[in-house]
Design a protein around this ligand. Structure first.
Ligand code: ADP
Ligand code: ZN
Ligand code: ZN
Length: 829
């Protein structure tokens, strides 16, 4: 044990600025090291898990240093590259290191807390070994399941009980509750094998003879083992006890007897919780076609110059096969691969395709997995060693997979790079995983490929200024034609009175035709303007949320009106709250309504709906997809979900029910977004089949965005949009930072927002817009006002960011603004 005085700098999982320094007790000097977790006290009472970033011998100057309480790990749980990535996220997205730690680390690794103390299950029960105060705590915990720190203070009638608790922890009497959760429990299973002495046929025969006379049940059990283990002249493997139980009833008794006799060996082993997949050996080797090959070599050419590649490939062009070839190359170099997908739950098809090809070298990091499974992936990525393991070498995941402890990334793929779910909204850091991926790849000297049929304007712009390299795949694989896109003119049909509710006769004719040919139909309605609201015909009153500034949405299945922001709900009223009239009418066009109306038009068709409501449970989405794939559904009605990466081979008609409300949404990205959605959903039409048809219903068939979709002309959309972005100072030419202020009192908020904008203008001048109420100006009883800052993209950017942070500090320094909450969003989408 070294007796020099050491200190550690740590990150706390809290939205507090910077790092904190703690002193190391001598007896932990040898145990501390960077990237291990330690338990520390922060504030008067609270205990947290912190991560050590540095061990040093410099005492902090301006505060009284506390001791760390314990070191949790024998080996580091993360690495330095990750920390550099965290620092970048914190800097770029103007958030605190602790906020990054909170999104980056699975909560099972974040022991400690608002701490509750529980009895340690390993406690021997030896109360005599405890001193008086320790005894009091142990006794109380014998009766109560858990105690908070302040309850313990009351029980022992003293303040500062942490050392006492620490002593109890060391004696293995208590644990903090999070620690119990934290103790990542590996899953174990019992395996049965044959003792060495019996591994020959002669010996076994005599055992069989012996058992046959006296112990028939044991004989039966042994036979079951022999059968399952493939015993053959002395060679016998391990068998799961669970499998043996499947062979004969109540087998564990006889098995135990055989173990006691020394014939069998029973062993508990840690097994992986993650499903095992082995590559199917007869998977045909992928042979790229001429276009794919050309694009493959262009990509490799660009990688040689360490350029980020944007792969612009039309839907169904076979981008995934190109990715697979790139993954193979990276694996051959012994590197790790990260494959990012926008919403993992919606991409089971891709997972299956990759698993078929790479077996259990593919690991999936899934937000719906439980904590233990997440920790298992974490550990296997951390311990990756190209020499002795290849499991989970390729990680498929949503944006949070960026934070895994990669050792040696060779390739990052960002599939559907234009997708907005790469951006985290809440809580901070509000990062964009696509941009994070490019930075992370830089840290690992890895290659990056962004892929999409409808690239984001930002990424496409980066190819124009030679920051990224553009590679294109313009034809569909197998020479399948792009779908034919037609417009149903809703204005004209309304005039001719040929609309049936929300369906044009043009669309209905095509649906009828498809059904007649036993082909399938997808109907897409974007979420906005999708919902059904109640309105009074007499006075136009609409029921609103009492906590938020939005109208309530009708839900038919439980006949309720519901707020989609806070969950507030009320029964559908009989009378108008305003005028008492009973003439209340539904307005809008819900998925449920589309489904109901279609059922009237097509009584024999099987119709299903795919939206947030019908896919809440873990498997619901997959079931819908399976049913549709297996043609148990004729018409699938859905939201954005139906646009994402699905590959069906019998869809001949795709209908876009209301293009106009997407296009007219008040946002500078609405044209880009509408183009992306329409082009993506069109891509679901006519895959392996004949040429598919897409029918767009619109009041304005000659709108430029609709014309660009019809012509499949991304470049035309891009060129017109990029001009607007430049003249109105939007990205990619300017960087936006959205700062929202929230408070329960609208008056205080207004005053505060005005003053904040003023402070901000002192340094940022005309770059500051607002304050203004956003589209939804009140959520969960908090009023919101936002200020937008538009910054030039030049070397002064970081200076501006610093000035903005200083302005926020100054603003918060004034006591009346203490209660105003400030949220920062860099590069809002
Ligand atoms: P994208 O991701 O560009 O929309 P996909 O990768 O899904 O396109 O490819 C479309 C279809 O063509 C898929 O069914 C895929 O299996 C098939 N395909 C693409 N390239 C090949 C290839 N080289 N060999 C065999 N099938 C391919
Ligand atoms: Zn009314
Ligand atoms: Zn609400």
């Amino acid at each position: 044990m070294t007796r020099i005085t050491l200190f550690v700098d740590v990150i706390l999982p809290l939205p507090v600025p910077g790092l904190f320094t703690y002193r190391v007790p001598f007896d932990l000097n040898d145990a501390v090291a960077p990237w291990k977790r330690v338990v520390v006290q922060f504030g008067r009472k609270k205990i947290y898990t912190a991560i050590v970033t540095k061990v040093h011998d410099l005492p902090p100057k301006n505060y009284q240093v506390k001791y760390i309480l314990s070191v949790l790990d024998t080996h580091p749980v993360m690495n330095e590259i990750q920390y550099r990535f965290w620092q970048w996220i914190a800097d770029y997205y103007m958030s605190e290191p602790g906020e990054v730690m909170n999104v980056a680390i699975p909560s099972a690794l974040k022991l400690a807390s608002e701490s509750k103390i529980v009895m340690n299950p390993n406690f021997s029960g030896d109360f005599d070994a405890l001193n008086e105060k320790e005894y009091l705590v142990a006794e109380a915990l014998d009766i109560q399941k858990s105690l908070t720190i302040s309850e313990i203070e009351n029980i022992v009638e003293q303040k500062k009980v942490i050392p006492l608790i620490k002593g109890l922890m060391e004696k293995e009497v208590v644990l903090s509750e999070e620690e119990v959760k934290d103790r990542f429990k590996p899953k174990t299973e019992t395996f049965i094998s044959l003792c060495k002495d019996y591994r020959d046929e002669e010996k076994m025969r005599s055992v069989f003879d012996e058992l046959e006379k006296s112990a028939f049940r044991q004989l039966e059990a042994l036979m079951a083992y022999v059968h399952l283990s493939g015993f053959d002249n002395g060679v016998a493997g391990e068998v799961r006890l669970a499998d043996l139980s499947g062979k004969a009833k109540n087998i564990s008794g006889p098995i135990n007897a055989l173990v006691k006799k020394g014939i069998l060996i029973s062993e508990k082993k840690t097994i992986s919780r993650l499903e095992n997949f082995t590559a199917i050996s007869e998977v045909n080797d992928i042979v790229l076609n001429e276009h794919q090959l050309q694009c493959f070599s262009q990509i490799n050419e660009a990688f040689k110059d360490k350029k980020v590649v944007l792969l612009h490939g039309v839907t169904s062009s076979g981008k995934t096969e190109v990715y697979i070839k790139l993954i193979e190359e990276a694996l051959a170099k012994g590197k790790q691969v990260l494959y990012l997908l926008p919403e993992i739950a919606l991409t089971t098809q891709i997972i299956n395709r990759l698993r078929k090809y790479f077996g259990d070298r593919v690991g999936v990091y899934h937000s719906k997995y439980n904590e233990n499974e997440r920790v298992e992936i974490w550990n296997s990525v951390l311990k990756f060693n190209s020499k002795d393991t290849s499991k989970n070498q390729i990680i498929l995941g949503p944006r949070s997979a960026l934070f895994l402890p990669f050792q040696d990334l060779g390739l990052i793929i960002v599939d559907e790079e234009h997708d907005y779910s790469y951006k985290q909204f809440d809580p901070a850091p509000r990062y964009n995983a696509r941009d994070g991926a490019v930075f992370l790849a830089g840290l690992h000297h890895a290659d990056t490929i962004l892929g999409s049929a409808t690239p984001s304007i930002e990424s496409y712009f980066n190819t124009k200024i030679q920051k990224y390299t553009l590679v294109e795949l313009k034809t569909r694989y197998g020479d399948i034609q792009m779908p034919e896109i037609l417009v149903a003119d809703v204005k004209k049909e309304t005039r001719q009175k040929s609309m049936k509710s929300h369906f044009s006769s043009f669309l209905l004719e095509h649906i009828t035709e498809a059904l007649k040919n036993k082909e399938q139909v997808i109907l897409f309605q974007n979420r906005r303007g999708f919902s059904l609201r109640l309105e009074c015909e007499t006075c136009n009153w609409m029921p609103e949320c009492k906590n938020c500034d939005v109208t309530l949405i009708y839900h038919k299945h439980n006949n309720q009106l519901k707020c989609h922001y806070c969950g507030y709900s009320r029964r559908v009223p009989e009378r108008c709250d305003g005028c008492g009239s009973t003439h209340l009418q539904m307005r809008g066009f819900g998925t449920e309504k589309v489904e109901d109306e279609l059922a009237i038009f097509y009584p024999d068709a099987k119709i299903a709906r795919m939206d947030l409501d019908t896919t809440r449970t873990k498997h619901a989405y997959q079931l819908l997809i399976n049913d549709f794939e297996n043609r148990r559904i004729d018409i699938l009605v859905g939201t954005q979900m139906v646009t994402k990466g699905l590959d069906f081979d019998n869809v001949s008609v795709v209908g876009i029910l209301n293009a106009d409300n997407m296009i007219s949404f008040p946002d500078f990205r609405s044209y880009e977004r509408s183009f992306q959605m329409m082009a993506q959903v069109s891509g679901r039409a006519g895959r392996k089949n004949n040429r598919g048809k897409v029918i767009i219903q619109s009041w304005n068939p000659y709108h430029s965005v609709i014309r660009d979709v019809i012509a499949n002309d991304y470049n035309s959309m891009y060129s017109s949009q990029i001009l607007e972005r430049r003249s109105f100072k939007y990205p990619p030419f300017y960087r936006l930072i959205n700062i929202s202020l929230k408070h329960k009192d609208a008056r205080i908020l207004n005053e505060a927002a005005r003053e904040f904008a003023m402070i901000l203008r002192e340094t940022q001048g005309k770059r500051v817009l607002g304050p203004e109420y956003p589209l939804v100006a009140k959520i969960k009883n908090f009023y919101i006002k936002a200020v937008m800052v538009k910054l030039e993209k030049d070397e002064k950017l970081s200076v501006h960011k610093k000035e903005i942070l200083i302005a926020i500090d100054r603003f918060k320094g004034s006591s009346i603004h203490k209660s105003v909450r400030v949220f920062l969003d860099v590069d809002p989408v």
